[in-house]
Unconditional design. Structure first.
Length: 277
């Protein structure tokens, strides 16, 4: 049976790369770096060196053109870093284009109902799981032709479908959403969720934590992975150990700007403190 091939460079000198899916299936944390503005393929190698398992390209809030995301996605795949793309809400056409051109996973935002979840599966997974259409050849296989059945099985096994739940309505429907076949990860967007629950910015508020616990419980009951974003900075980071202990495994760690600002401010602070005489 065919599998998505991995470049020899994915296990070369430096950090040993594992895909997000591999980490999750081992019960480990799958750590992703969000990309909103970086536009060169070397971001993939930098992410690998840091130890990230995946790149989370943000087509919803970011401004990177699709063709540049495709180039970075192929580069990431070839160093063993999983390329994931968050598309705009219910933009199934964008999801298909990204999957056809280098992505190994789609993050679908603002999933609120069971029907939303089913539509996402239909767009992102091949039959018999979904209804994704096929075209010629893919970078994922080095543009080699493969028997259709093998190709579809390999893609369905390797492609992560990540649904974001970001509202009270989504939490109210979470048991049904998590039960939909073909969904791999249910990811909690804590910023929007806290706002919808009436506690904007209070990511560690008890109501937000209770919602996270409900999502994790539903995922566990239906064999899905739970994820969380927004808890890696400020006071909210204090809640992350508890959330991981509950069972969250897919973590949106930071954006390229978060990392640059944190390191830059630390470096400037150290330099400003040097004695001048």
């Amino acid at each position: 049976m065919a599998a998505i091939p991995r470049s020899p460079s994915s296990s070369s000198a430096g950090t040993s790369a594992q895909s997000v899916a591999e980490r999750l299936r081992k019960g480990e944390l799958g750590l992703t770096l969000m990309i909103r503005h970086a536009r060169t393929v070397d971001i993939a190698l930098a992410a690998k060196t840091c130890g990230f398992d995946g790149l989370f390209f943000d087509l919803q809030h970011g401004v990177i053109p699709e063709h540049e995301i495709s180039q970075m996605a192929v580069a990431a795949m070839n160093v063993g870093v999983t390329p994931l793309v968050r598309v705009p809400e219910k933009d199934y056409a964008a999801a298909l284009r990204m999957l056809d051109n280098g992505a190994l996973g789609i993050v679908m935002p603002e999933v609120t109902t069971v029907e939303d979840a089913r539509m996402a599966v239909a767009a992102c997974k091949f039959p018999p799981v979904g209804n994704r259409g096929a075209f010629g050849s893919w970078a994922h296989f080095g543009y080699r032709g493969l028997p259709a059945a093998e190709m579809r099985k390999a893609f369905n096994d390797a492609t992560l479908l990540i649904l974001m739940v970001e509202s009270k309505a989504a939490i109210d429907n979470i048991e049904g959403i998590a039960a939909v076949p073909g969904v791999d990860v249910v990811h909690i967007g804590t910023n929007d969720l806290s706002t919808d629950l009436g506690h904007p910015g209070e990511l560690a508020h008890p109501d937000v934590m209770a919602a996270i616990e409900r999502v994790v419980k539903a995922c566990r009951a239906h064999g899905k992975f739970a994820g969380v974003g927004g808890l890696t900075g400020g006071d909210a980071v204090k809640s992350l150990p508890h959330v991981v202990k509950l069972g969250a495994r897919f973590i949106t760690s930071a954006s390229e700007w978060n990392l640059m600002l944190a390191a830059g401010m630390e470096r400037v602070k150290a330099l400003r403190s040097l004695p001048l005489g």
